[in-house]
Design a protein around this ligand. Structure first.
Ligand code: AMP
Ligand code: MG
Length: 307
């Protein structure tokens, strides 16, 4: 099941699907331009067809083959944040199958930073669709073992690249009259984009970013965002920073970052949720992070995990 980079590229070339590490989370990769392969990805994840996939490239030039138009601001953001955890939504060319984009006329594209991911894309010779390598709505994988638990046996192999450095999904950005609009908060924050002189808008309710479902990223154990006044028996705590006064009442505590660092917290988020999920707790309470740095993206995941 665990395979080398060159074996993975060969499997991809013959129309298979393999899990690969990226700096955000592990992706379930397949040829983004082959409808049959894309159908296999949706089937393995049991993901609904309306939820579009992100297409991964290794060189900027590959973007021109996929999209009909590159707005000036998209190019500038790509120059600044690629390779890295930023996904750009742009008008698609015909070559990108409708199945890849959930029927939308736009395609989401990203250039990952992790060398293993780039090597696999280059060796395969085509862009890779790579949604997170987990069952639909479940916890995203940040280690090869997480992938094995959820998808082992349903896919053609897993490339083990250790723990994902960033640990939280990419920021998805579209453009409305050249203005960047955040469709999904992620590892590149609104402040980081504003710091380089852009105005950004956050997504408004009803905007067509189909993957922003209420329930997503969920452990099997019931998860509540925020702290209870009375801690129920057999509860777990996903903490951040200083522990609350009633912390000794929790059966298990995992702290995402004792020093209150949201970047460290993002890197630990999914592994901590996988771990708490394995303790057969009655409930998990998650402390809400301050909305600075990656706090916003983490709170977004935790609120969906709790639905
Ligand atoms: P992931 O599940 O991490 O692969 O991310 C896919 C998510 O990116 C989708 O669920 C959407 O929220 C977003 N996305 C992908 N393609 C598009 C698109 N064409 N337009 C708007 N949002 C998109
Ligand atoms: Mg996902």
């Amino acid at each position: 099941m665990y395979i080398s980079i060159s074996k993975a590229s060969n499997i991809l070339k013959s129309g298979g699907i393999v899990a690969i590490p990226t700096e955000t989370v592990y992706g379930l990769a397949g040829n983004a331009l082959d409808e049959i392969v894309i159908a296999k990805i949706f089937a393995a994840k049991e993901r609904p067809f309306f939820d579009p996939l992100i297409v991964h490239i290794a060189e900027f030039e590959e973007l021109e083959n996929l999209v009909a138009e590159i707005p000036k601001n998209a190019k500038l953001l790509a120059e600044k944040f690629w390779p890295g955890p930023l996904t750009l939504v742009l008008p698609k060319k015909k070559i990108v199958p409708d199945l890849t984009t959930g029927g939308l006329q736009t395609v989401a594209v990203r250039m990952p930073k992790k060398q293993i991911a780039k090597d696999i894309i280059k060796q395969a010779g085509f862009p890779l669709a790579a949604p997170s390598a987990n069952m639909f709505q479940h916890l995203s994988p940040t280690t090869a073992e997480h992938v094995m638990e959820q998808l082992g046996g349903k896919i053609d192999g897993i490339v083990d690249g250790g723990t994902c450095e960033v640990g939280i999904e990419s920021t998805v950005i579209g453009f409305e009259n050249e203005i960047p609009v955040i469709y999904r908060p992620g590892a590149i924050t609104g402040e980081m984009i504003e710091d380089i002189g852009y105005k950004v808008r956050s997504i408004e309710a009803g905007h067509p970013s189909p993957g922003l479902l209420d329930k997503h990223y969920s452990p099997s154990t019931l998860l509540c965002l925020g702290l209870p006044d009375e801690v129920p028996h057999n509860s777990g705590l996903l903490a951040f920073g200083k522990l609350p006064a009633n912390s000794e009442r929790f059966a298990k505590i995992l702290n995402l970052s004792e020093s209150g660092d949201s970047t460290e917290a993002a890197a630990n988020l999914y592994a901590a949720l996988h771990k708490l999920d394995s303790f057969r707790l009655g409930r998990i309470f998650a402390m809400r992070l301050p909305e600075t740095g990656l706090g916003n993206a983490i709170n977004d995941r935790l609120s969906r995990a709790g639905k």
